[in-house]
Design a protein around this ligand. Structure first.
Ligand code: ADP
Ligand code: MG
Length: 460
């Protein structure tokens, strides 16, 4: 049922209930009013009659006095006077006032009560002339009550019709903009964007429009953010591929070449029967193969760091530092990572922040020492990556995709991120706070090492 019909039905129901109660109250009121009026009229009538014939002892024509007394009541609104002979027959009767209008018979039937009669005691001079009787006539009073009631009913009816009309029109007008809102919602659900709804109209709807506009704006921002994160992800993936290709080319290529050279040299030695020259060549070949094995293992470790679920945060960060330690053997890494998991999504975020901060430190700062701390704090997890490198080159800290990406990751958890120049010397300090509550589980794999594990890679 629509809001409009509900409102109209409610108003009709309230009007009917009011009519019912009002009708009952009016009925009791009308009954007692007619009754009181009739009682008062007959009392007054009796008194007036007695006073009128009080001096009749001196009257020479008592029957004429009686005729006149009856005639006095002609046109009375509530009483009818009758002069009856001793046998009870009517000698003379007054004519009450005519009814002011027609009254529905049902109304009269409901209100009418038995008429009252009173026999007026006349002075002794009238004895033998019969009796003088007053009787109430409630027609007039009932007609008056009916007209009052009818007027009230008409006013009430008009009021109801006006109120209903107003409500019907106003509700229709007020709800019309909701169609616009419904269309905008449909737009949002289809394309995740919708044009702004003008914030005009009734105050309640303006609030709804404002809420809708804010929601649509946030949705558009999130869409934009998702698109940028996707772009960034693609960039990171491409960078990683290029990095891997470079590594394979630079690190494996020369050794493969040297193994190839050694193998053909050994072939020549065999042809020329220089057998004692073969062993040193074999040793260098094995050395090159060992180098390649180590390098392939390290590349695999780097690739595995994507699936944190497999290795856990501590090992993933360990793999990361191993990767950089091999490239920069002179750099000292001080790693202190909490031994618990906050679930895959949080762990992944922590890892990505450490990865980007470490990569920035190594690529831009050229430090001799990097400290990585991931600690469990009251209500969340804190990450700190400090290097003692050259620090920001420009005065203002430039912000590329890496730092922006970290900010977005942190913002997704309502956390905070600060990338600042170190106060206690050169270098950069990245500190992040993720209010993620309590950890989901302890990482059992490293429990033997105590709650945290420190991995310090000394200069090789
Ligand atoms: N640890 C750091 N030491 C020195 N400079 C840094 C460090 N971290 C970030 N920067 C500077 O901030 C810039 C922005 O970093 P980032 O957003 O990660 O972009 P990108 O690494 O792709 O250049 C870097 O280009 C660099 O100039
Ligand atoms: Mg970077």
């Amino acid at each position: 049922m629509s809001l409009r019909s509900t409102l109209v039905a409610s108003i009709i129901a309230v009007a009917l209930i009011t009519l019912l109660f009002g009708g009952a109250i009016s009925y009791w009121h009308a009954l007692s009013k007619v009754d009181e009026e009739m009682e008062a009229a007959i009392d007054v009538g009796a008194r007036i009659s007695i006073n009128a014939v009080d001096d009749a002892e001196e009257s020479s024509d008592p029957s004429r006095r009686l005729h006149l007394l009856v005639a006095d009541f002609n046109g009375n609104r509530h009483l009818r006077a009758r002069w009856l002979d001793t046998a009870g027959r009517v000698i003379s009767e007054s004519t009450p006032a005519a009814s002011p209008g027609t009254v529905p018979s049902w109304f009269e039937a409901v209100i009418r009560q038995p008429e009252r009669t009173v026999k007026v005691d006349l002075p002794p001079i009238f004895s033998g002339l019969g009796s003088f009787v007053l009787e109430t006539d409630s027609h007039n009073e009932i007609a008056e009550v009916w007209h009052d009631t009818w007027n009230t009913l008409q006013i009430l009816g008009l009021l109801c019709v006006l109120v209903l009309g107003c409500v019907y029109w106003l509700v229709g007008r007020a709800l019309r903009p909701l169609d616009k809102l419904a269309a905008s919602f449909a737009d949002v659900s289809k394309s995740k964007t919708a044009p702004k709804i003008p914030e005009t109209g009734p105050a309640e709807l303006v609030q709804v429009y404002r809420g809708f506009n804010v929601m649509a704006e946030n949705l558009a921002k999130m869409e934009d953010k998702n698109r940028r994160l996707n772009d960034q992800l693609t960039t990171v993936q491409e960078e990683e591929r290029a990095d891997l290709a470079r590594d394979l080319h630079d690190e494996i290529g020369p050794f493969l070449f040297s193994v190839d050279v050694d193998a053909s040299t050994i072939g020549r030695f065999v042809e020329n029967e220089k057998y004692d020259e073969i062993m040193p060549r074999l040793a260098t070949m094995r050395e090159a193969i060992g180098h390649m094995q180590r390098h392939v293992k390290e590349l695999l470790g780097r690739l595995r760091s994507k699936g944190l679920v497999d290795v856990g945060l501590i090992d993933a960060i360990d793999n990361l530092t191993s990767f950089w330690r091999i490239r920069y053997p002179s750099v000292e890494f001080d790693v202190d990572v909490v031994n618990c998991s906050y679930g895959e999504v949080v762990d992944q975020t922590v890892f990505r922040i450490v990865q980007e901060s470490l990569s920035n430190a190594m690529r831009h700062g050229k430090p001799s020492r990097v400290e990585i701390t991931v600690s469990r704090e009251e209500g969340g997890i804190a990450i700190l990556v400090r290097d003692n490198g050259s620090g920001f080159q420009k005065q203002e800290s430039a912000s590329g995709f890496g730092i922006a990406g970290m900010r977005e990751r942190v913002a997704a958890f309502d956390g905070s991120l600060n990338v600042t120049a170190r106060e206690d010397g050169d270098g950069v300090e990245v500190s992040a706070w993720l209010p993620v509550g309590e950890p989901m589980s302890e990482t059992t794999e490293q429990l033997t090492g105590g709650p945290t594990r420190t991995i310090v890679h000394e200069e090789a």
